[in-house]
Design a protein around this ligand. Structure first.
Ligand code: C2E
Ligand code: MG
Ligand code: MG
Ligand code: MG
Length: 284
């Protein structure tokens, strides 16, 4: 009996594994096709200052699957990274972001755009030359482009990474550490990178109690940022009370979250942007 139960468990376990592997293969194959047929879509989400003014946007990729609908990057980015598809996918995102930066409405608003870049993508030997060529080809003002990395970037050769960042900094490109505070790298190591911004992870914002240890943690992050003259973006802001607390602590903070807007398709943003800025102004 006991032996049977064990065997049953192992059977269920290997079935689950097989299912995961199957899903993985399906996604990988589908992603190939998505890239080929133009089924990726660029969404953008606002980053808002203490006056409610939109300062910038983060570009977030989605996969518009013909049958399954919108698929979240949380599901396909890890698979894209494992399969190497992150390189063409990442190229596509950067190209879209640069094209959006050349749009008259984006230029007129003086908005900045942030793109998520996978550590694997940044480690490609030709990342700098490809991005340089893209910036030249599109004529984008590179100071309006921010590349977001997670701390996983530091798992490889830091000197090589710094060299690349310095080369892109010379063009004006800015750098942000995404999901700040959730990685395992030491702060002193992280601060060797020539970055301009930290994005405080949503878990900190979600759990933040102003008068408790969780609030002190957020304040500590803000102090680190200030000491290094770094801009701060708070991720996952869902409640007005959170913005009040954050802005009292750091008036220059930018807030990003469902409170202000969900990520929306870039084309829709281009259509709505006039209405949106009017609405924000009347709200204040
Ligand atoms: P991330 O860069 O940390 O992006 C923030 C995520 O938080 C986004 O999820 C966004 O939709 C979500 N979010 C924003 N505001 C709120 C809020 O108020 N509440 C909650 N609960 N969530 C909020 P999304 O779009 O699903 O992206 C997930 C992750 O996928 C991103 O995390 C990023 O790591 C990765 N990703 C997205 N686009 C790209 C890309 O183009 N390239 C690469 N390499 N990774 C990407
Ligand atoms: Mg990000
Ligand atoms: Mg993040
Ligand atoms: Mg993340």
């Amino acid at each position: 009996q006991a032996k049977n139960q064990g065997a049953g468990k192992i059977h269920a376990y290997s079935e689950a594994l097989a299912e995961t592997a199957h899903r993985h293969l399906q996604v990988e194959k589908g992603l190939h096709e998505a890239l080929e047929h133009g089924h990726l879509r660029l969404f953008v989400q606002h980053q808002v200052d203490m006056f409610g003014k939109v300062a910038g946007m983060e570009a977030l990729v989605r996969w518009q699957h013909p049958q399954e609908g919108l698929i979240s990057p949380a599901e396909f980015i890890p698979i894209a990274e494992e399969s190497g598809l992150i390189i063409p996918l990442g190229d596509w995102v950067l190209e879209q972001v640069c094209l959006l930066l050349t749009h008259p409405r984006v230029k007129a608003g003086g908005y900045t755009l942030s793109a998520n870049v996978s550590a694997l993508q940044f480690q490609e030997p030709d990342f700098v030359s490809k991005l340089t060529a893209l910036l030249q080809r599109t004529g984008v003002d590179a100071t309006r482009l921010t590349l977001e990395f997670t701390e996983s970037l530091l798992l490889t050769d830091i000197e090589a990474i710094i060299r690349k960042m310095v080369a892109l900094r010379a063009l004006g490109v800015q750098f942000a550490i995404d999901d700040f505070g959730t990685g395992y790298s030491s702060l002193s190591y992280l601060m060797r990178l020539p970055i301009q911004e930290i994005k405080m992870d949503q878990s900190f914002i979600r759990d933040m109690q102003p008068d408790a240890a969780s609030g002190a943690l957020v304040q500590a992050c803000l102090m680190v940022a200030k000491s290094q003259s770094l801009r701060v973006v708070a991720e996952g802001v869902e409640e007005l009370a959170q913005t009040h607390v954050l802005q009292a602590w750091e008036p220059s903070i930018l807030c990003q979250g469902y409170l202000f807007s969900r990520p929306i398709p870039a084309e829709q943003w281009l259509q709505d942007t006039d209405k949106l800025s009017d609405a924000l102004l009347t709200e204040l």
